[in-house]
Design a protein around this ligand. Sequence first.
Ligand code: PEP
Ligand code: CO
Length: 476
Amino acid sequence: MSAEAWSPKSWTSKPIKQDVIYDDAKGVQSALEKIEKLPPLVTTQEIANLKKSLKNVALGKAFVLQGGDCAELFDYCNQDMIEAKVKLLLQMSLVLIWGANMPVVRIARIAGQFAKPRSSPMETINGIEMPSFRGDNINGFDATPESRRPDPSRLVDAYFHSAATLNYLRASLSSGLADLHSPLDWGLGHVIEPSIKENYERIVTRVTDALRFMQTVGIDTDRGVETVDVYTSHEGLLLEYETSLTRLLKDPSPPQHTFAPTPASTTNPSPSKSHYATSSHFLWIGDRTRQLNGAHVEFFRGIANPIGIKIGPSMAPEELITLLDTINPSKEIGKVTLISRYGASKIASHLPAHIAAVQSSGHLPVWQCDPMHGNTHSTPSGVKTRDFKNILSELKQALEIHRAAGSFLGGMHLELTGEAVTECVGGAGGLTEEGLGERYTTFCDPRLNEKQALELAFLVAGFYREMEGSEGVNAI
Ligand code: PEP
Ligand code: CO
């Protein structure tokens, strides 16, 4: 398959899963034609920077934290919700930097995480059969057949909501939202757990003390700590949309050392070009659309972005290697992030064989643990939830299994929100199944709230410190 010619539309000749059937073909065409003329949402330089950082993760020199909503809604495109999510990722990354003692790459599931794969295209609500909700860029959530009809104008709305979210994200980062001189300004929102608050404040004190010391001894702390990068990501599910934002662009040139004389042979190198998906920096293939001969794999094998592949218990080790060979034939280090999501009770029987296969293949991907998607269950009253202890258990097992195999667990992939939701049970706050109804606002899978997410970051940081033989969380 990989020997065949690739084009941004070559996927259209392959079998596709999770396809959307529109009854307004003209509307789809004009929406896509409009998006094709709009500017890229991200630049190749940003994509290249992320690629470089992920290469460091693959090599065991950095950690990647990826998180955000399961299903982003257009309504989440507002100042408070964007800030709350980014602040939470910043707080968690500070804790992880301290714990793993290495730089943290931040990737948000934001500014485009709209489309959702569903187990069934149709559902029956109050006796009426209608299409399932597929995400805000496809149809509406309201339980009526009219609202559930796939509406092509939502494709254009998705572009503009992504653009507005990204604009505010970039503007707030460049205006000092992530300034390490004042991490306490990131606030702890509704985190009231004294132990978490105390531990967090101790880390912040250490950071500010270190910065003050550097300033005192004359080291310039204004450069490098006043902002950080937060990259965007989403599942690359809706291929028509992704194709309309896939552009053949000049590859960014590597940084030049101005002091070195330029060799004559490189004075005018003809710039190479690649196809970039410009809807976000990082795209991933979901567990339900990663068939070797399917449309999604075909699309993904041609784009220059760093990409993720979700892998669950149904993935055979040989299939994983064929998939890596197809998507990344040159074995570029860190180009692929393998996002494992088996479930706490299954990881021990699947991850070791996947690691062994990858190790003997010569591929060096980023290994990331998604402890959310294999740990979803329904309460007796039918509410979809996840138990904090299963999430933590899968993460801990992932760390131990990688370590035992001489492999590096380079990151975690979480569904979380900066809002005070009640969707996952457990954690220090002791949320019970009975409490789930209080603020259950997800439109798809249950997310960790701010308190639970920060607690998880502390526990994972503690695992890293224990493994390195340093003091635990309480010794900050
Ligand atoms: C998701 O990340 O929201 C998702 C649907 O994941 P998976 O493909 O692992 O089921
Ligand atoms: Co999800």
